[in-house]
Design a protein. Structure first.
Length: 227
């Protein structure tokens, strides 16, 4: 489903070149639930951005569902994200002037789906994340956990094959974080997703099927139970 070959990412700075990582190679099978852990600044979020075609590597290749991401134009990359990738950020990025249902419907509206159809589908996904009764509430009327569940519904409304989540529970208290992570586990299994989660929460990482440690510019697979 996802293959990474000799990936490297570096940035030019005023003091020379900052190398985040180099020669990263790994693959994920369809249905894998994988965690990426590592210290702050190790490059975990940048790696996730590259997997989602939100950023480009300095060298190397990402092959997703048979597509080489380096061959995509900007418009093709946007279409790839809309159809293949569901992305959840640490911050929900809901548009405050719109209701929960309207926020969830945005990816379908961007695709050209009619408003009535998009909102009907959004309400189905809000029911999936147990927020059917909050469809007409704006983001400011929702709790932090509810906002993140809305963002999860928004990520999945296009029925992507891959879910990428960047610290999806990082802004939540312990109990709420556990609810959101359990929901991700359930949706991952129910919809046959291939999922990659960046997380500092080692307890959540241990619940994944596979785990990768990004440290010193290198990515190493390890047993989740060893974290």
């Amino acid at each position: 489903m996802l293959r990474v070959e000799n990936l490297a990412k570096s940035y030019a700075t005023g003091h020379g070149t900052l190398e985040l990582f180099r020669d990263l190679s790994f693959s994920l099978r369809a249905g894998d639930l994988a965690a990426i852990v590592g210290e702050s600044g190790a490059g975990k979020s940048t790696l996730l951005h590259i997997l989602a075609a939100l950023d480009t590597p300095t060298s190397g290749e990402v092959i997703c569902d048979g597509i080489k991401l380096s061959t995509l134009t900007a418009n093709e990359a946007a279409d790839f994200r809309n159809r293949t990738i569901g992305y959840v950020w640490q911050f929900h990025y809901l548009l405050p002037e719109f209701t929960a249902a309207e926020n969830v419907a945005m990816p379908l509206l961007a695709r050209g789906t009619g408003r009535k159809e998009a909102l009907a589908e959004a309400e189905k996904w809000l029911a999936e994340v147990e927020l059917a009764d909050r469809a007409n509430h704006r983001s400011g009327e929702l709790s932090g956990g509810e906002q993140q569940r809305v963002s999860l519904a928004r990520a999945l409304i296009t029925q992507p094959r891959i879910l990428l989540a960047d610290e999806p529970t990082g802004d939540l208290d312990g109990r709420t974080a556990d609810v959101v992570f359990a929901l991700i586990e359930r949706l991952h299994a129910a919809h046959g997703l291939t999922s990659v989660l960046v997380t500092h929460n080692l307890g959540f990482a241990r619940r994944c099927q596979r785990a990768f440690l990004l440290h010193g510019g290198q990515l190493t697979e390890t047993s989740p139970q060893s974290l």
